[in-house]
Design a protein around this ligand. Structure first.
Ligand code: ADP
Ligand code: MG
Length: 248
């Protein structure tokens, strides 16, 4: 579904190029819930932004649902972002002047029309994430967890191929974080959604099918979840410790 091959990306400061991604290769299957972890500055957001077509990369190849992203025009990229990708950000990025319901419908509003079918899908999503009762409220009137569940619902409105989430639980307490992770799990289980999530939270990551550890612009290790969640979290913490050099 998603293929990233030999992705190389650097940022320039004056004449010097500072490499951030040094040949990252990975693939994600339909219906997979994947987490990316790694120290701050290891290139997690950059990787996500390359996949989102927000930042250009120098070398490598990204293929999404069979379509290669390189060489597309800004207009084509905008279309992919609206039709094939769903986004969830750390700071929610809801529109303050719209209600919860309208925020969920935003991808359709952008397309220019909201059909009865869209309204129905919106109802289904609101129900699935337990936010029907606040659908007429504005973002300023709801909690952080409710905001993020609204954002998850919005990300699914267009039935995207892939949901990209950058630290979606970064601004939430543990109870709300859990509710957001449960939303992702529901989306995967009920709708076969594919989720690619950057997180620094090993608890959140331990619910995923697979965790990719990024270090200094390279994939350090990938861990497949084979065991019960808490045991997977233990294994994850071990690997992170090993990665940061505390254990040889
Ligand atoms: N727009 C940018 N211009 C220059 N340097 C950047 C930019 N974005 C990120 N960087 C640098 O790239 C490195 C990786 O950043 P980032 O991908 O945000 O890491 P992470 O999300 O893992 O914390 C950092 O050293 C950061 O300072
Ligand atoms: Mg980041």
């Amino acid at each position: 579904m998603l293929y990233v091959k030999n992705l190389y990306k650097s940022y320039k400061a004056g004449k010097t190029a500072y490499p951030v991604l040094k040949g990252v290769s990975l693939s994600v299957a339909q219906g997979e819930f994947t987490a990316v972890m790694g120290p701050s500055g290891s290139g997690k957001s950059t990787l996500l932004n390359c996949i989102s077509c927000y930042v250009p990369f120098e070398e490598g190849k990204i293929t999404l649902g069979g379509q290669e992203l390189k060489g597309l025009s800004e207009k084509e990229l905008a279309k992919i972002r609206n039709e094939k990708l769903g986004f969830v950000f750390q700071d929610f990025m809801l529109l303050d002047g719209l209600t919860v319901r309208e925020n969920v419908l935003v991808p359709k509003i952008i397309e220019g029309k909201v059909t009865r079918e869209d309204e129905k899908r919106c109802d289904t999503l609101l129900k699935l994430f337990g936010i029907t009762y606040i659908q007429e409220k504005y973002p300023a009137e709801i909690s952080g967890g409710e905001k993020q569940r609204t954002a998850v619902a919005r990300s699914l409105m267009n039935q995207p191929l892939l949901i990209l989430a950058d630290e979606p639980t970064g601004n939430l307490d543990s109870k709300s974080s859990r509710a957001v992770i449960d939303s992702f799990l529901e989306a995967r289980n009920q709708m076969n959604a594919t989720i690619f999530m950057v997180t620094h939270d090993s608890f959140a990551a331990s619910f995923c099918d697979r965790v990719i550890l990024l270090k200094d612009g390279n994939i350090y290790k990938q861990l497949e979840r084979l065991e019960e969640r808490s045991l997977f979290q233990d294994r994850l913490l071990e690997a992170i410790k090993e990665m940061s050099g505390e254990v040889k």
